[in-house]
Design a protein around this ligand. Structure first.
Ligand SMILES: Nc1ncnc2c1ncn2[C@@H]1O[C@H](COP(=O)(O)OP(=O)(O)OP(=O)(O)O)[C@@H](O)[C@H]1O
Ligand SMILES: [Mg+2]
Length: 596
C-alpha cells in the first residue's frame, strides 16, 4: 500500500486530475448499477401481484401521469423503465471501463518513460557498476507488468470499491437480513481464500522477475556472443539456462493465474446453494408473491456481484503477484538525476576550446569505496594540438584516465584543468562538446552510414556536408562514395557489411562530425590486422596538429610518431617523453617494443 502511495507521487499533476474525473465516472457507474438492480424488484413485484401495486395510493400520482390503469400497462411501463436503466447503466459501465484501462495504461507509460529517462541520465559510473539486463528488465518488463498487473487491476479495485457497496445497499433495500448475510458469506469466503494464498503469490512474483531478468541476460549473451557459440558448439548450455528460466517463469505465472481464477467456482457453488436454501425458507409459508421478486432481484444481483467480487479478488491477486516488479520500478523511479542543467540547455552551450594545455593534477580515482585506488596521484600535461599516447600494461589505468579526461568519470581527489581552469559545472558540459572518443569497437546503430556518422542526430537534422567532411578526414569518403546508395547505404545493427577497418573509420568520422577538437582513441586500432591498422593510422595521423589527439595503444608501432608518450603503471605516470626518449629511459618500454 505504501508502495502504491509512493508510486502516486511520481505522477504528473495532469494524471492526478484525470484520476479525480475517473472517480466521478466510477461513482456514476455504481449509481447506475444500483438503479438497474433495484429496478428489477418493482418489475418482478408487478408481475407476481400487479393489483397490489396499482392500488397503492402512494404511486397513484405516477400512474395518473402515465395514464396507467391495467396490469399489462403497468408491466409495460416497468419493463420499459427496466430496459432503459439497464442500457444506460451498462453504457456508463462501458465508458468507465474504457477510461479506466486507458488511464491505467497511460500511467504505466508515464512511469516507464520516467524510468528510461532517469536511467539514461545516470552517470557513467552508475552504468559501469550495473548489470544491463537488470536495467532492461526494469524499463521494459517490470513497467509493463506494472501496467497490466498493478495499475489496471488497481483501477478495477477502486471501481469495485464503489460498485460492491452500491450493490449491497440495493440488497438492503430489498431485504436487509439477506443483504447482510450475503455480504458476510461471500466477502468472508473471499477474504479467507486471499489470506491463505497471499504468501504464495508474493513468492511467485519474485520468481517471475528473477527468471525474467535471467532470460533477458541469456538472450543478450547468447545472441551477442553468437560467433563464439557457433564455434564452440555450446548452444546447449545457453538453451538450458534459457529453458530453466522460461519454465520457472511460466510456471509461477500460471500458478498465480490459477490462484486468481479459482475462488470463482467455489464461491459460485456457495452462492447458488445459498439462494436455493433461501428460496426454500421463503417459500415455506406458501407466499410466492414475495419469493419471486426477491429471488429474481437476488439472482440478478448475484450475477453482478459475483463477477465483481471475483474481479476484485483477481485484481488483488495480480497486484500481490507483482510486488517484486513494483519494488524494482520504485528503485528505478527513486534514482536522482544529477544534472544541474537541462539537456536542452546543455545542447545550446558552446564548446570549450583547448587553447593551451590540459592538465591532470594529483588525480586519485577509484570505482567504488570498496575497491582499490585505480589512479594514485596521477599527474600529466597535454599541450593543445599535439598527439600524445598512453602506454602501459593492462590494468594500469589508461582507459580510466581517458574516461576522466572525457568527463565521464570524476576524480575523488585532484583536479582536471583546461587552460588552468577546473572542469566543473557548465565548463564540464562545454568541454564534452569539444571532445570525442573512438573506442576499440564501434557501436553501429541500425541505420544508414550518414546516421551512423551523425550518431544520435535526428535524420532531418543531419548536416550532410559535415558528414562528408568528417568522412573525408577519416579517409572513408572514397569507399562510401563508391557505394550505389553512398551515405544512405544501410548498415546492419552490428555493421555486418563493414570490415573492421571501415567500422573504425566510421567511428573516427563520427568523432569528427561534431565540433570536437580533442579526440581520444582508446585502442581504436588494436583489433585490426597490421595492414588495416596502417590504413586507419594514416587517417589518424592526417589529423595531427589540427586536433589534440590522445591515443591509447598496445602496439607501440602506433605511437611511434606521437609528440609525447606517457607510460602508466599502477595508476601513475612513471615515465614520459618522445618515443626515442622512452626507449632510452625505460626498460619496461623497451621490453614492450621487443615483445611485439
Ligand atoms: N567498472 C569498473 N569497476 C571497478 N573496477 C574497474 C572498472 N573498470 C576498470 N576497473 C579497474 O581499474 C583498473 C584500471 O583499468 P583500466 O581499464 O583503466 O586499465 P587499462 O590500462 O585501460 O587496461 P587495458 O590495457 O587492459 O585496457 C583495473 O585494475 C580494473 O580492474
Ligand atoms: Mg583500456
Amino acid at each position: 500500500m505504501s508502495q502504491l502511495k509512493e508510486l502516486w507521487t511520481y505522477l504528473p499533476p495532469r494524471r492526478q486530475r484525470q484520476m479525480f474525473l475517473l472517480l466521478i465516472l466510477m461513482l456514476l457507474s455504481s449509481l447506475g448499477e444500483m438503479v438497474s438492480v433495484g429496478s428489477i424488484f418493482p418489475f418482478l413485484s408487478a408481475f407476481s401481484n400487479p393489483e397490489n401495486i396499482l392500488n397503492n395510493p402512494k404511486l397513484k400520482l405516477i400512474f395518473d401521469v402515465f395514464s396507467i390503469e391495467t396490469p399489462i400497462e403497468l408491466i409495460t411501463l416497468l419493463a420499459t423503465g427496466f430496459i432503459l436503466t439497464v442500457i444506460i447503466a451498462n453504457g456508463i459501465r462501458l465508458i468507465t471501463v474504457h477510461f479506466r484501462i486507458r488511464f491505467a495504461s497511460a500511467v504505466g507509460a508515464d512511469i516507464s518513460n520516467q524510468i528510461y529517462h532517469k536511467t539514461l541520465q545516470q552517470s557513467y559510473i552508475f552504468h559501469v557498476s550495473q548489470n544491463s539486463s537488470h536495467l532492461i528488465q526494469t524499463v521494459t518488463v517490470d513497467t509493463d507488468n506494472l501496467t497490466q498487473n498493478v495499475l489496471i487491476p488497481l483501477a478495477t479495485l477502486i471501481n469495485n470499491a464503489f460498485i460492491i457497496p452500491a450493490l449491497i445497499t440495493t440488497f438492503i433495500f430489498i431485504d436487509g437480513t439477506i443483504a447482510f448475510g450475503t455480504a458476510i458469506l461471500l466477502g468472508g469466503a473471499y477474504i479467507i481464500i486471499y489470506r491463505t494464498r497471499r504468501k504464495l503469490l508474493t513468492r511467485n512474483s519474485k520468481i517471475i522477475t528473477e527468471a525474467g531478468q535471467k532470460k533477458i541476460k541469456v538472450v543478450q549473451e547468447g545472441i551477442g556472443g553468437v560467433r563464439d557459440i557457433l564455434l564452440s558448439h555450446n548452444q546447449e548450455f545457453f538453451e538450458k539456462v534459457y529453458q530453466k528460466s522460461e519454465y520457472s517463469l511460466k510456471k509461477a505465472k500460471a500458478t498465480n493465474n490459477v490462484i486468481a481464477q479459482s475462488p470463482k467456482f467455489f464461491i459460485e457453488a456457495l452462492a447458488l446453494s445459498a439462494i436455493a436454501l433461501l428460496a426454500l425458507s421463503l417459500g415455506k409459508n406458501g407466499d410466492f408473491s414475495r419469493v419471486i421478486p426477491i429471488l429474481g432481484s437476488l439472482a440478478l444481483g448475484a450475477k453482478k456481484l459475483l463477477p465483481t467480487l471475483q474481479e476484485t479478488f483477481n485484481s488483488l491477486a495480480k497486484i500481490q503477484g507483482s510486488k517484486a516488479s513494483i519494488t524494482r520500478v520504485l528503485i528505478g523511479l527513486r534514482r536522482q538525476v544529477n544534472n544541474q542543467l537541462k539537456i536542452s540547455a546543455i545542447q545550446s552551450l558552446t564548446p570549450l576550446p583547448l587553447k593551451k594545455e590540459l592538465k591532470l593534477e594529483e588525480i586519485w580515482f577509484r570505482y567504488s569505496e570498496e575497491t582499490d585506488w585505480v589512479l594514485q596521484n596521477l599527474n600529466l600535461t597535454i599541450q593543445a594540438k599535439t598527439t600524445v599516447a598512453f602506454v602501459g600494461s593492462t590494468g594500469s589505468g589508461k582507459s580510466t584516465t581517458a574516461d576522466l579526461i572525457l568527463g565521464l568519470l570524476q576524480p575523488q581527489k585532484g583536479s582536471i584543468l583546461v587552460d588552468d581552469l577546473p572542469l566543473e559545472g557548465e565548463r564540464l558540459y562545454r568541454w564534452q562538446k569539444n571532445i570525442a572518443h573512438v573506442p576499440q569497437s564501434i557501436f553501429l546503430c541500425d541505420g544508414t552510414i550518414a546516421e551512423n556518422i551523425a550518431f544520435g542526430v535526428p535524420h532531418e537534422k543531419i548536416d550532410l556536408e559535415q558528414v562528408k567532411k568528417a568522412a573525408r578526414l577519416a579517409q572513408i569518403a572514397e569507399f562510401i562514395e563508391y557505394l550505389p546508395a553512398q551515405y544512405d547505404t544501410y548498415v546492419g545493427e552490428r555493421g555486418i557489411r563493414l570490415s573492421g577497418g571501415q567500422r573504425q573509420r566510421i567511428g573516427i568520422a563520427r568523432a569528427l562530425y561534431g565540433d570536437a577538437s580533442v579526440i581520444v582513441f582508446d585502442e581504436a586500432t588494436s583489433a585490426l590486422d597490421n595492414a588495416t591498422e596502417k590504413e586507419v593510422m594514416k587517417a589518424i595521423e592526417s589529423l595531427s596538429h589540427n586536433f589534440t589527439i590522445i591515443m591509447i595503444a598496445h602496439r607501440l608501432s602506433t605511437v611511434e610518431k606521437c609528440d609525447r608518450i606517457f607510460e602508466l603503471s599502477q595508476g601513475q605516470v612513471i615515465t614520459e617523453g618522445t618515443y626515442q626518449e622512452l626507449l632510452d629511459k625505460s626498460t619496461k618500454f623497451r621490453h614492450m617494443t621487443t615483445a611485439i
